[in-house]
Design a protein around this ligand. Structure first.
Ligand SMILES: [Zn+2]
Length: 439
């Protein structure tokens, strides 16, 4: 397995290091890249950094300047891990390398800007990355997203939906109509779910057009429009040009203002199929969000067919997870929510297999609400979130909390992960809902 001594960067002593090794087949040869550095080690080190990130299953690399040195960090399963501190001079050269690769203006370090690049790793193997540069008081900060991490086809069951929720989504796919809203805060996995739905519908004999900011994953067979790119297209102009193309399926990357809301709701009301994401805490919160963006109750009731709310939680490593008595924090959390914890529950530990992180990968916890006639009636009558919640209870829609508890009991996540969702967890604001009390 991987050994820390194989890492390509001076590992930090204070933080737990990312153990990594040379990615198999990583090319040490210089590519056809236009970058020519006075120090040939820069390109080598930049490529090794990317190889280390891939080996560690990272989704992003961050280059963060401090007052005296620059810290390299990886985002793995949503959490940041320190990799190394490097001298400012080498960091400046590395940042320049990535900026040249991404087609960013290297003479400009005072403005936020971003670009795409294909970094050549090995014979014929290229990894797609998005590079974002943001000025900070200590210098230029770079974030590199490894887009290939998302390249494998996404299927619905892989997201972590339970069988009943999969069949609810499948039923919508069989009948496709109206608007589907995927809800959650940033980092809840909304785009992943959206792309999984797109994978399902791209084989339909229909015209599918997306407006996204940015396009994170290219899908064959559909037209994707990127806004805020070099041509300066905004979300609103992107949506208007999408309508001119007369799509059957419209994918609105995110409803984020009154105009995008109006276009999405009107299109769904006019018989188009609309998929979108929303910043809303939970499924019933989607209705509030649409109301706040100016949609009227009868329009929402006519347009919305399916709401999916979700969060991401980490999966404990199967090699080292253990069953132990719940911790004081877990007991305290469970008491506040009136949940009875089992005598022993799953905890993450850490071993070589999971690079001592205790966790390996993430899974979603979901709330899937297909709006039936009664739901639409309640929305039209301006029912508030409490009344809608009660309705979800009657419909036996499993809440994210219920789904999370089921997964924690099965060892697919931990209660520690659920409580770590903290304030972004909708259940802290919910009216009491039937929860499992005996386990
Ligand atoms: Zn492990």
């Amino acid at each position: 397995m991987l050994d820390p001594s194989h890492s390509h960067f001076p590992l930090m002593s204070a933080a737990r290091p990312i153990e990594s090794s040379l990615a198999p087949g990583f090319s040490r040869s210089r590519g056809e890249h236009p970058f020519r550095d006075e120090d040939p080690r820069t390109e080598e080190r930049a490529r090794l950094l990317v190889a280390d990130a891939i080996a560690g299953r990272a989704s992003d690399i961050h280059i963060e300047p401090g007052s005296s040195s620059v810290r390299l960090r990886f985002r793995i399963d949503g959490n940041m891990h320190d990799v190394a501190d490097i001298p400012k001079n080498s960091a400046i050269r590395m940042v320049r390398y990535f900026k040249v690769a991404g087609g960013l203006d290297t003479t400009e370090s005072g403005l936020a800007h971003d670009g795409h690049a294909g970094l050549v790793l090995d014979v014929g193997e290229t990894i797609a990355v998005r590079i974002s540069s943001v000025p900070s008081v200590s210098g230029e900060r770079l974030a590199i997203r490894l887009l290939d991490a998302y390249r494998r086809p996404l299927r619905l069951p892989a997201l972590g939906l339970d069988l009943r929720d999969i069949s609810r989504v499948q039923q919508w796919l069989d009948e496709v109509s109206g608007l589907v809203a995927i809800c959650g805060p940033t980092g809840a996995g909304k785009s992943t779910t959206l792309y999984a739905l797109l994978e399902e519908i791209r084989n339909f004999d229909r015209c599918v057009i997306t407006v996204e900011d940015p396009v994170e994953r290219e899908i064959d067979g559909i037209t994707q429009i990127e806004v805020n790119g070099p041509r300066g297209m905004t979300f609103a102009t992107g949506l208007r040009s999408m309508l001119r193309l007369d799509p059957d399926f419209m994918v609105v990357g995110e409803i984020r203002d009154e105009e995008s809301n109006r276009i999405a709701i009107e299109a769904a009301g006019a018989g188009r199929i609309v998929l979108t994401t929303l910043h809303a805490n939970d499924a019933v919160g989607a209705i509030t969000a649409l109301r706040n963006y100016g949609a009227r109750d009868f329009e929402i009731a006519a347009a919305v067919e399916l709401v999916i709310a979700q969060r991401l939680v980490r999966v404990p490593c199967v090699e080292c997870r253990v069953r132990e008595a719940p911790s004081a924090r877990e007991l305290n959390w469970a008491n506040r929510l009136s949940i009875a914890l089992p005598e022993k529950c799953w905890h993450a530990r850490g071993c070589r297999a999971c690079l001592h992180r205790g966790y390996s990968g993430r899974t979603g916890i979901f709330e899937v609400w297909p709006l039936d006639h009664r739901s639409q009636q309640l929305v039209q009558e301006h029912a508030d979130v409490f009344a809608l919640h009660e309705h979800l209870g009657e419909r036996k829609v499993s809440l994210m909390l219920n789904h999370g508890i089921a997964k924690a009991l099965a060892g697919e996540t931990t209660f520690t992960e659920l409580l770590a969702l903290g304030k972004q967890a909708p259940w802290l604001h919910q009216t009491p809902h039937p929860l499992p009390r005996k386990m």
